[in-house]
Ligand binder design. Structure first.
Ligand SMILES: [Zn+2]
Ligand SMILES: [Zn+2]
Ligand SMILES: [Zn+2]
Ligand SMILES: [Zn+2]
Length: 224
C-alpha cells in the first residue's frame, strides 16, 4: 500500500514505513522577508529557495504529522499567535538515542475544544415554563415547598402522583405604591402579613427540588 508522507520537506510517497525520511520537524518561519524553518538556521529570501532548504532531521515517514501554523513575526497577521523561535526538544528514545519527528500529544491537546453547550440560547424570561419538581433529586424530609404561597413541607413519601396538592402563585411578587400582590393574579393587599396569606391561584405538584437557576424566581417587580 502506497502512502504519502506528511512531513514538511519530505512529502514523498512511500511503501516501506521503515524507510528513512528527511524532513523539517519545526514550523515555517517568515520574518522580515526571510524564510526558513523553526528547526534549523538556514534563512532564504524567496519562496522557491525556502522549498529547497535541505531537511535537517532524519526519521521515519509519517502520514499524520502534526499541523504547524506558519510563523509570521512581521507584516500583516503579526498579531496572531507566535511560536518561539526554538526547535522543539527532541524526545529521547528508550535506548538513549534522540528520536525526531515523534507525535507531540501535548500540542494536539492544546487545540481549542468545541463547546457543545455554546449553541444553547439563554432561557427566555417570558413564557417561562412552570418549574417542576425533579423526583430524581433527593430531598430531606421537612424541606419546604419552593413555590410562592405554599408552605407545605416534604413528608418523606413519594413525590410523584400528587398533582393538585400544591396551591401556589406561579408569578412573581409585585409591590406597587404600597399595594402588594403577585403577577399571576389580581388580588392586592397593603400589609406584608396579608400578602403572605394571599391564597394560591394555581394548583400543581409541590416543588421540592428544582434545577438550580440564576435565582430569578425570587426577583421583585417594583414600579416605584
Ligand atoms: Zn529544519
Ligand atoms: Zn517522509
Ligand atoms: Zn397568583
Ligand atoms: Zn407546594
Amino acid at each position: 500500500m502506497t502512502q504519502k508522507c506528511a512531513h514538511k520537506g519530505c512529502g514523498k510517497t512511500f511503501t516501506d514505513p521503515e524507510e528513512e525520511c528527511h524532513y523539517h520537524p519545526g514550523a515555517p518561519i517568515f520574518h522580515e522577508g526571510q524564510k526558513g524553518w523553526q528547526c534549523c538556521k538556514t534563512r532564504v529570501l524567496t519562496f522557491d529557495e525556502f522549498l529547497t532548504i535541505p531537511p535537517c532531521s532524519v526519521g521515519k515517514h509519517s502520514v499524520d504529522a502534526p499541523i504547524l501554523a506558519p510563523v509570521q513575526t512581521s507584516g500583516p497577521g503579526s498579531q496572531k499567535q507566535k511560536y518561539p523561535e526554538v526547535a522543539p526538544p527532541p524526545e529521547i528514545g528508550s535506548d538513549g538515542s534522540e528520536v525526531y519527528g515523534q507525535q507531540q500529544p501535548s500540542q494536539q491537546k492544546a487545540l481549542p475544544k468545541v463547546d457543545t453547550a455554546s449553541g444553547t440560547p439563554p432561557p427566555e424570561k417570558k413564557e417561562k415554563p412552570l418549574e417542576q419538581d425533579d423526583p430524581s433529586v433527593p430531598v430531606p424530609p421537612g424541606a419546604r415547598c419552593r413555590r410562592h404561597g405554599c408552605e407545605a413541607t416534604y413528608d418523606g413519601g413519594g413525590r410523584e402522583d400528587e398533582d393538585g396538592k400544591c396551591v401556589f402563585h406561579p408569578g412573581v411578587p409585585i409591590f406597587h405604591e404600597g399595594s402588594k400582590g403577585y403577577s399571576c393574579c389580581k388580588r392586592r393587599v397593603l400589609e406584608f402579613d396579608q400578602f403572605l396569606k394571599i391564597p394560591g391561584c394555581t394548583t400543581d405538584r409541590h416543588l421540592f427540588a428544582a434545577v438550580p437557576k440564576s435565582g430569578d424566581e425570587e426577583e421583585l417587580v417594583s414600579c416605584r
